[in-house]
Design a protein around this ligand. Structure first.
Ligand code: AMP
Length: 467
């Protein structure tokens, strides 16, 4: 018997699980699947994204649904269109051997007619964002009066985004008899209120420690002067050549500005915020998924539900106002068993916030220094040397070797290496040579400031290198 079989899952799901290559149930799956399969209960599960929570509710839901009936039996509410599509996609993979099961995604920003058509064909499970769901119930397109299961996924994010009224409205259209399963990364007051108000004596399970960040994430903070946030961000990127990151800003305006500045400075960056059209956001997200964008600068709201697994760094360009938000941000890295780093750029006056976050996530921050210009040059130099060493030789090059030899005639090995490396190194050296140490808040006389840019207050200041 496999470990998944031992949880009580049937053949159709077990076959799909084998196809997916899942070997061992994750903690949240181990805790919730047997509970949900064996009884009709209400459940509150505290689990972060990346812990396998979609399968934790998805497997039991698929098993309990009667796919021979066309009635809508299960509703999953999720905060964003991205997450909604991601859940639908995962659920379709899980249920590929269940005949006749229709899982339909319902979300804003897409044709309501197409979605209505899919619902009409008979959707036993609907995965929806609250706004569009409420709209479609109102128009009489969706009937959830007979559902048996209602799942609230990322409940904290849904409430953070102001969906309380919509959720209340949607739930008022569901029968008393249904079971409700609530999944949330954190348990703020608002989520407890929902649990108290709309759930019957819920069983509670916790994965990892309550309210904590995932322990695959290392938390670091860097203290700089208020005007040095942008140069500090650049240095953090330059000191991590393989970076694939989300950079969080507090406002749409800062998000746009930081992204523009990064692009101007030659980084593969992009902006993601609510002032962009859905089409623009899709383009940015696609480029990010393909890693054409290495630094995605985003607002908290726009970044909800980013479903990219291998983000190496989350950079808090500015700290969020709410501590809860920090948990969501840092949870974008260290997913699916990988490790990640969450970096926070702060000014001295913000340092007390670090303690508050530490208490909340029950993890310690490491205080780190922004690398100096010379340190970055060294990192880049070794990175380049390793890149050269690991580069697979393209056989086509041999055709040109005689000609190249002619051009490079007379250079010895050392000289050649120095020249090759200088191609890249000089760029960094020229930029960072004699720049100041950002960890000291006072500028040093005789040293120059990195090409600067400030987004902290209402004013924007540009410092341009002249020398
Ligand atoms: P989630 O927390 O649901 O967003 O899941 C995160 C990722 O882990 C998804 O890509 C899932 O396909 C994957 N996953 C879920 N359960 C398992 C498992 N038991 N073993 C390996 N991968 C899993």
């Amino acid at each position: 018997m496999t470990k998944f079989e031992a949880l009580g899952l049937d053949k159709a799901l077990l076959n799909a699980i084998t196809d997916l290559g899942f070997d061992t149930p994750s903690e949240v799956q181990e805790k919730s699947i047997p509970l949900l399969l064996s009884d009709e209960i209400d459940l509150v599960a505290l689990a972060q994204t990346g812990t396998g929570k979609t399968a934790a509710f998805g497997f039991p839901l698929i098993q309990k649904i009667d796919s021979a009936s066309r009635t809508t039996q299960g509703l999953i509410l999720s905060p964003t269109r991205e997450l909604c599509l991601q859940i639908t996609n995962e659920m379709q993979l899980y249920s590929k051997y269940v005949k006749g099961l229709n899982i339909v995604a319902v979300y804003g920003g897409a044709s309501i007619t197409d979605q209505a058509r899919q619902i009409k064909r008979g959707a036993q499970i609907i995965v929806a964002t609250p706004g569009r769901m409420k709209d479609m119930i109102g128009r009489g397109i969706i009937d959830i009066s007979k559902i048996d299961y209602c799942i609230l996924d990322e409940a904290d994010e849904m409430l953070n985004m102001g969906f309380y009224e919509d959720i209340k409205d949607i739930l008022s259209n569901t029968p008393e008899s249904k079971s409700t399963w609530l999944f949330s990364a954190t348990m703020p007051k608002e989520v407890s209120t929902i649990a108290k108000k709309f759930m019957k004596n819920p069983t509670e399970i916790t994965v990892g420690s309550k309210n904590s960040g995932v322990d695959t994430v290392q938390h670091e903070y860097y203290t700089v002067g208020g005007r040095d946030r942008y140069p500090a961000l650049k240095r953090l990127a330059d000191a991590n050549p393989g970076i694939f990151s989300v950079v969080f800003c507090r406002t749409k305006r800062d998000t746009q500005k930081v992204a523009e500045k990064l692009i101007e400075d030659g980084y593969n960056a992009g902006a993601l915020h609510g002032d962009l059209s859905q089409n623009q956001r899709d383009l940015v997200m696609n480029a990010f998924r393909k890693k054409q964008i290495q630094m995605l600068v985003a607002t908290d709201v726009a970044a909800r539900g980013i479903d990219v697994d291998d983000i190496t760094h989350v950079i808090n360009y500015q700290l969020p106002d709410e501590i809860e938000t920090y948990t969501h941000r840092s949870g974008r890295t260290g997913r699916a068993g990988k490790s990640g780093i969450s970096m926070v750029i702060i000014t001295r006056s913000e340092s007390r916030k670090i303690g508050a976050i530490e208490r909340k996530i029950q993890q310690k921050f490491i205080s780190k220094k922004i690398p100096t210009g010379i340190e970055i040059c060294e990192i880049q130099l070794y990175h380049l040397a390793n890149k050269i060493r690991n580069t697979k030789i393209n056989k086509e090059v041999s055709n040109y070797l005689p000609a190249i030899n002619d051009v490079l005639e007379g250079l010895d090995r050392d000289e050649l290496i120095q020249k090759i490396v200088s191609v890249e190194f000089t760029r960094f050296f020229n930029y960072y040579n004699r720049t100041k140490d950002l960890n000291t808040s006072e500028g040093e006389r005789g040293s120059k400031r990195d090409n600067d840019f400030q987004t902290d207050s209402d004013s924007v200041r540009y410092f341009i290198n002249i020398g």
